[in-house]
Design a protein around this ligand. Structure first.
Ligand code: NAD
Ligand code: MG
Length: 391
């Protein structure tokens, strides 16, 4: 995968106010030699966006919620071009940077990835949902060569790092690690009464709400298996999830000669974010390191598919192909939002997604539909279905 590293390099950052966006901006603030921020976008948090803009001085600032324009402009201490409204994400001027970083959450990140790829840009992709929904379209557009998509997800960054100097043909399988989330040791009966507060407490990572819930259900690992399938060109059967509660080994590549390579480090997203900006080189940064002299244990266990059905739903959706992954993604986004609003129980997240996938079989019969509008249509259909789904 390509990347370059120079102070004159320009960045567009979609989702600047989120967990990934703010960590990326901290790195850029501390390491100005990496390049310059040209565009920042956010959904709603006008004040936070304005403060980030005041620090980084992008030429263009985009706020999707038009009702907060006045608040944004009041806090800004300089005069960038301000664009508002969701349609502003389509503006071609946003895509005119050397690197587009997509840190949006959910389906909202799909079209920015599509536009950046169409504009011939390289995308540092945190928004795994883009690949889940439209991996087949992207593969066609990129002629199977995903080197213009640089993974930001920690597991995929680990795979990418372990693959430096190796050929794709020498991969036997990928072992993708999962923390197991906060409910790893909860019984099926205990899991009946999980509250949003319980599920928002991740043992190892501090992240946005949607991915935190996805990590707790293991849907996140299912989405990441699909992400790995597209990025590294391996069939789903050769991508093996394993629970590793300490989150030190971020993933493993097993090669055809029986050797394995892994990438390790304390759980910290700044490592994969920085690597996406500098790969295949490394730049000094004071990230925490493993304390080898402290007594510790790294453990591994298989995934319990009975207590965590979401991972199996994701694998099945990818194997079905066509619109199924887009349906899975949209139904999951809605089910997670409904769980957080307490209109679904924790276990109903998986039930809602499964029901949407089952119902979609009659709705989307073509498996090779490969235009962007079809994905948007499938997304809207699954959202409507999941919003009105009742157990
Ligand atoms: P977050 O919720 O903290 O931030 C999301 C960002 O997207 C915010 O800036 C928000 O303003 C913007 N946004 C949200 N909805 C939008 C919409 N409809 N239109 C336009 N903008 C919108 O999310 P996050 O945790 O930073 O995750 C971002 C992506 O990175 C997700 O795809 C997630 O799976 C992935 N990821 C996150 C982490 C992590 O540690 N947070 C790790 C690996 C991968
Ligand atoms: Mg991950």
């Amino acid at each position: 995968m390509k990347s370059s590293n120079s102070p004159g390099r320009t960045f567009t950052i979609f989702g600047a106010t989120g967990s990934i966006g703010t960590q990326l901006l901290e790195i850029l603030e501390q390491t100005p030699s990496l390049g310059r921020v040209r565009v920042l976008t956010a959904n709603r948090r006008a004040q936070c966006l304005a403060e980030l803009a005041n620090t980084h001085r992008p030429d263009i600032v985009v706020l999707c919620d038009p009702s907060q324009r006045a608040e944004l402009e009041e806090v800004l201490t300089y005069k960038p071009t301000v664009l508002v409204g969701e349609e502003a994400l389509d503006d071609p001027s946003l895509y005119d940077s050397d690197l587009v970083i997509n840190a949006l959450v959910g389906f909202s990140g799909f079209m920015p990835t599509v536009r950046a790829i169409r504009a011939g840009k390289t995308v540092a992709l945190a928004n795994k949902e883009s690949l889940v929904v439209g991996g087949a379209w992207l593969s066609q557009e990129l002629q199977g060569d995903f080197s213009r998509i640089l993974p930001v997800d920690s597991e995929h960054s680990a795979m990418w790092q372990a693959l430096q100097g190796e050929s794709r043909e020498s991969i036997q399988k990928i072992i993708i690690t999962a923390s197991g989330g906060p409910f790893r040791e909860w019984s099926n009966a205990q899991m009946e009464s999980i509250t949003p507060k319980d599920a928002l407490k991740h043992p190892n990572w501090s992240m946005g709400a949607k991915i935190t819930i996805d990590s707790s259900t293991l849907m996140n690992k299912g989405l990441e298996m699909i992400e790995a399938h597209w990025l590294f060109g391996l069939p789903m059967e050769r991508i093996e999830p394993v629970v590793h509660p300490q989150s030190i080994i971020h993933s493993v590549i097993e090669f055809v000669d029986g050797s394995s390579k892994a990438q390790l480090g304390p759980p910290d997203m700044k490592v994969p974010i920085l690597y996406a900006l500098t790969a295949p080189h490394r730049v000094a940064y004071p990230n925490p390191t493993i304390q080898w002299q402290e007594a510790s244990q790294w453990t591994f266990e298989p995934v319990d598919h009975d207590r965590f059905p979401c991972i199996g739903l994701a694998i099945a959706a990818q194997q079905t192909g066509g619109m199924a992954p887009a349906v899975l993604n949209a139904a999951n986004e809605v089910a997670v939002a409904r769980f957080l609003q307490e209109s679904l129980s924790y276990k109903q997240i998986a039930q809602c997604v499964e029901a949407a996938l089952d119902a979609s079989v009659n709705e989307f019969t073509q498996t090779n539909v490969n235009d962007v509008v079809s994905y948007q249509h499938a997304d809207h259909w699954a959202r409507r279905y999941a919003k009105s789904w009742k157990a």
